[in-house]
Ligand binder design. Sequence first.
Ligand SMILES: [Zn+2]
Length: 175
Amino acid sequence: MWSKLWKLKVPSKVAHIFLRALTECLPTMTQLYSWYVPVQLTCPVCSTTEETIFHALVSTPFATQCWQRIVGGNPFGSTDNFKDWFSNILATFSSEKCGEVFMFCWAIWRARDNDRDGASRWARPHVNIIKVSVDASMFSKNNAYGIGLVARDSDGEVIHAQTWRIWGTLLVFVP
Ligand SMILES: [Zn+2]
């Protein structure tokens, strides 16, 4: 598993979140609790279950819809362990697709953090309007940047989801 993983070209920030997920060090509520942080275990995104790493990245309603778009749903319904789930992804899909899955885990985790901050809590658009959320991050160490895009309708259904990794640098001018 690891040898194939290392071959995927992804920015180190993305890989970092990923490695934390695989080694059970991603700070979900369940993880925080196991580190004796006094938190509620309930998922901050959907409030219906305890937030494990698998739940945060794979089975929240939002993540489920993203995976529906990317890999045609959750093809490995029997597992609720993130490492097993991703091993299956690696074994089943091309490196290209796995890289995309990598990027999406990062985007889903970022969306969760943004939701929690309340800074950009998502609100449904009006009927017949599609709302597109875009998030971007610089990976300056890797000379790359990443962009995540999700389009949702008034029912909150994901209509389109995509991520891009772009190699190169952006100059950002702050007036
Ligand atoms: Zn949830």
